[in-house]
Design a protein around this ligand. Structure first.
Ligand SMILES: Cc1cc2nc3c(=O)[nH]c(=O)nc-3n(C[C@H](O)[C@H](O)[C@H](O)COP(=O)(O)OP(=O)(O)OC[C@H]3O[C@@H](n4cnc5c(N)ncnc54)[C@H](O)[C@@H]3O)c2cc1C
Length: 384
C-alpha cells in the first residue's frame, strides 16, 4: 500500500483504541510529556457491548490520579450507588454479596465518552477517530500504521483496541483460546418487575452452569440484562447464545419479572478474553493493554478497571524507556510484574473458582458465600 502520511510528524507514541485502556494510556502520555496520538476506528460517543458495571479498580485508580473525576463519576449517579449484588443460586436460594466501596453502573456509551472528554481536557493529545488500523509495518526504529486512507508514524505503539485488537493479532499473534474466553450478549430493558435500582442481580440457572444471566440497574428504570458463558462450553454443548438468553428470560425463575418488560435495544454480543491465561503483553516497540492483553476477570467478567490500570501502566514503562533511558527488557519485566501482581494472579485463582462452580451440585447456598469470601466480598446468605 502506498499512501502519503497525513503529516511527516513522527509521534513518540500512537495508541490504538480510545476505550478505557486507550483513554488512560493517553492520559499518562500527556502527563509524562510524550508526543502522542490517540486513534480509534469510531467517533465518540460510541456504543460498547458490556454489562455496564463500573468495577472498583476504576474508583481506586481515579482516587489516586484524579480524585475530582472520581467524585464527579459518583455524583452523577448518586441516587444509584450500587453496594450489593444478589445471586440467585440454582437451588433457588438468594445470597447477597456486599462491598464497602462506592460503585455505580453506567452505560458504556456515556462512561467511555465521559472518561475520554476528561482525558482530552489537557489539549496535549492529538486524536484521529476515523482511523481503523489495518496494517502495521516496522519502519526504522518505529512503526508505520495504515488505515485505508491514512498513515501515521510513531516510535512506540500501545494496542488498546479491545478483544480484536489488530496490534495484538498482528504483533503478538494473539488467537482465541476458548478455555480462557467467554461469549456474552446484552440488551437494555425497562419495566422489569421487582427491579431494585441499587442492587445488581445474577441468576445462576441450573441449565446454563457455568454461565449466568445478569440484571444490572441503570438510571430511569432501565437495566442492562445479559447472559454469558465460557466459550469452550458454548462449543461443546452447541449452545446458541441468543436462544439460551431468550430461554433464560422465559424460565420459571425470571418469567414473571419480564412479562411486562419492554426491550429497548437489540440483543448484541461480544467476546471476553479472560485473564486466566496471560498472553504476550509486550514486545519490541509495543505494549498491549485492556482486552488486548486479556485483562478480564473470569469470575465476574469485569475488565474496565484493569483496562484503565494497564493503559496507564503501559505508558509509564514507555516513558521510562524514552525519557529516562531505562532498558526495554527491564521496563517490559516491570509491566508484567505489575499486571501479574495486581490482576493475572487473581484471575487464575478466580478461574479455579469458576471450575468449582461448573460442578453444579457444589453451587449452592453454602459454596457461593465461601467462594465469594475468597474473592474478597462480604456475603450475607438468604437475604430478602
Ligand atoms: C457482554 C459483555 C459484558 C461485560 N460486562 C462488563 C461489566 O459489567 N463490567 C466490566 O468492568 N467489564 C465488562 N466487560 C468487559 C469490558 O467491556 C472490557 O473489559 C473493556 O471494554 C475493555 O476496555 P478496552 O479499552 O480494552 O477495550 P474497548 O472498550 O473494547 O475499546 C477498544 C476500542 O478500540 C477501537 N478499535 C478496535 N479495533 C480498532 C482498529 N482496527 N483501529 C482503530 N480502533 C479500533 C474500538 O472502536 C474501541 O473504541 C464486558 C464485556 C462484554 C463483552
Amino acid at each position: 500500500m502506498v499512501l502519503n502520511p497525513s503529516s511527516s510528524e513522527v509521534y513518540d507514541l500512537a495508541i490504538v483504541g480510545a476505550g478505557p485502556a486507550g483513554a488512560m494510556a493517553a492520559y499518562a502520555a500527556a502527563k509524562r510529556g510524550l508526543k502522542v496520538i490517540l486513534l480509534d476506528a469510531k467517533e465518540f460517543p460510541r456504543d460498547k457491548v458490556c454489562g455496564d458495571a463500573i468495577p472498583y479498580e476504576t474508583y481506586k485508580l481515579l482516587q489516586r490520579l484524579e480524585p475530582e473525576w472520581e467524585k464527579e463519576l459518583l455524583l452523577h449517579s448518586s441516587n444509584q450507588l450500587i453496594r450489593r449484588a444478589r445471586i440467585h443460586t440454582p437451588n433457588g436460594k438468594n445470597i447477597t454479596v456486599q462491598w464497602s466501596l462506592k460503585a455505580v453502573n453506567s452505560a458504556r456509551y456515556d462512561f467511555d465518552h465521559w472518561l475520554l472528554q476528561k482525558v482530552l481536557q489537557s489539549n496535549l493529545i492529538e486524536t484521529n477517530f476515523n482511523f481503523r488500523l489495518k496494517e502495521i509495518e516496522k519502519e526504522g526504529n518505529g512503526w508505520l500504521l495504515s488505515s485505508s486512507s491514512d498513515q501515521i508514524k510513531s516510535k512506540w505503539l500501545v494496542g488498546a483496541g479491545g478483544a480484536h485488537c489488530p496490534v495484538a493479532r498482528q504483533l503478538s499473534n494473539k488467537r482465541t483460546d476458548r478455555t480462557h474466553h467467554c461469549g456474552a450478549l446484552r440488551a437494555y430493558f425497562e419495566n422489569i418487575a421487582g427491579l431494585n435500582p441499587i442492587v445488581n442481580e445474577v441468576y445462576v440457572l441450573k441449565e446454563f452452569v457455568p454461565g449466568y444471566l445478569w440484571i444490572f440497574p441503570l438510571p430511569n428504570g432501565c437495566a442492562n440484562v445479559g447472559f454469558g458463558m465460557l466459550s469452550s462450553e458454548i462449543v461443546k454443548r452447541e449452545i446458541d447464545l441468543k436462544q439460551a438468553f431468550e430461554k433464560a428470560l422465559a424460565s420459571k425463575e425470571l418469567k414473571s419479572r419480564f412479562q411486562n418488560a419492554t426491550r429497548k435495544s437489540k440483543v448484541m454480543g461480544f467476546d471476553l478474553p479472560l485473564g486466566s491465561k496471560t498472553p504476550i503483553i509486550s514486545g519490541e516497540g509495543y505494549y498491549l493493554a485492556g482486552d488486548a492483553a486479556s485483562l478480564i476477570d473470569p469470575l465476574d467478567g469485569h475488565g474496565i478497571g484493569a483496562a484503565m490500570w494497564s493503559g496507564y501502566e503501559a505508558v509509564q514503562r514507555i516513558a521510562d524507556v524514552l525519557l529516562d533511558g531505562k532498558s526495554e527488557s527491564r521496563a517490559a519485566r516491570e509491566y508484567y510484574k505489575e499486571l501479574d501482581g495486581r490482576f493475572y494472579k487473581k484471575f487464575r485463582l478466580h478461574r479455579k473458582m469458576l471450575y468449582f462452580s461448573s460442578l453444579s451440585f457444589l453451587l449452592n447456598a453454602i459454596s457461593i458465600p465461601y467462594l465469594m469470601r475468597i474473592a474478597g466480598f462480604n456475603t450475607v446468605s438468604d437475604t430478602e
